[in-house]
Write a protein that binds this ligand. Structure first.
Ligand SMILES: [Zn+2]
Length: 226
């Protein structure tokens, strides 16, 4: 009888220890990879023949891609699975497409709407006739609470990074209108403004933008940050 009792105590202790270890491993994983299990589409705007905005030889499509690659890397470091809509200087339209822009945008929206995407960031740069206008903006999908919350977090980080106080805005963009996942279109700065343009071309600043967006996503998802 006494042997039996001791035996059960050992079993209970071993199981308890195993459970504690499993919980510790899970907690460590969460701390080291807080975006584990989260699928994010990063959409570098424009591509191929469509440069987007241009100023002093700088093409929006190139900077969008550079920032997006850094964003992918920063998000993956936090454990996210990242899908890029493009990873080079091309668009998504098929050979001989009648309306390249329309088909390109449709394909980007389809990638975002496919399972199991949790959220998306569409990366763009701004340009304006008044070259003194500068700063970064987050655009959300009208009346979409999740998109508004994510834009709020991104705008806070952008304002801290740029030192320019801007408000998030509702955006009437295809990528917001034709998708059904929480998402934000970011205009990371103005190519038409000399200071913004110099910063946007700088790899260190591109990394800062990527880190700012990553922190925003962590805040939006209310997950542990390191
Ligand atoms: Zn653009």
């Amino acid at each position: 009888m006494k042997i039996k009792k001791t035996y059960w105590w050992i079993v209970v202790t071993v199981i308890g220890f195993a459970l504690a270890c499993a919980m510790k491993v899970e907690a460590d994983m969460k701390e080291n990879a807080p975006l584990s299990g989260v699928v994010i589409v990063v959409d570098p705007g424009h591509g191929g023949k469509d440069d987007g905005a241009r100023a002093e030889g700088v093409k929006e499509q190139d900077i969008n891609l550079a920032i997006s690659m850094k964003l992918k890397s920063a998000l993956e470091t936090q454990g996210a699975k990242v899908i890029l809509t493009r990873d080079g200087a091309y668009d998504l339209a098929s050979e001989g497409a009648k309306n390249r822009k329309k088909e390109d945008m449709r394909k980007r929206a389809d990638i975002i709407n496919a399972e199991p995407v949790d959220l998306f960031i569409s990366v763009h740069l701004n340009a304006y006739a008044n070259t003194s206008i500068h700063g970064a903006h987050a655009f959300y999908r009208k009346d979409d609470v999740a998109s508004i919350e994510l834009a709020e977090e991104i705008q806070k980080e952008f304002n801290a990074l740029t030192g320019v106080e801007k408000e998030k805005k509702s955006g009437d963009y295809f990528i917001l209108n034709e998708t059904n996942r929480p998402g934000v279109l970011v205009e990371c700065g103005f190519l038409s403004n000399a200071d913004d343009r110099e910063k946007l071309c700088d790899k260190g600043y591109q990394t800062k933008l990527a880190d700012a967006i990553t922190r925003s996503i962590l805040s939006y998802l209310h997950v542990l940050t390191i």
